[in-house]
Design a protein around this ligand. Structure first.
Ligand code: ZN
Length: 67
C-alpha cells in the first residue's frame, strides 16, 4: 500500500493528502516500469500536475530532437 500523503510535499516537510499515484520514471508504455511498485509514488494534485507538465515538455523536446 502506498502512503496516503504526497511524497513531494513530504520532502518539504508538508503533509498533503495524495490524490494520484504517479510513476517516478514515466512508463511510456513500458509494462515492467508500469507495474514496478518501486516506481510508484503518491502525489497530491498540484505536484502531479506539475510533474505531468514537465514530462510532457520533455516528450516534446525529445520529438523535436528525433527529427
Ligand atoms: Zn504535493
Amino acid at each position: 500500500m502506498l502512503e496516503p500523503w504526497c511524497r513531494e510535499c513530504a520532502k518539504r516537510g508538508l503533509r498533503v493528502r495524495a490524490v494520484a499515484v504517479d510513476h517516478v520514471v514515466p512508463h511510456r508504455g513500458n509494462w515492467s516500469k508500469f507495474v514496478d511498485r518501486q516506481n510508484l509514488q503518491s502525489l497530491c494534485e498540484r505536484c502531479h500536475n506539475r510533474k505531468t507538465a514537465i514530462e510532457m515538455a520533455e516528450d516534446r523536446r525529445r520529438l523535436r530532437l528525433r527529427r
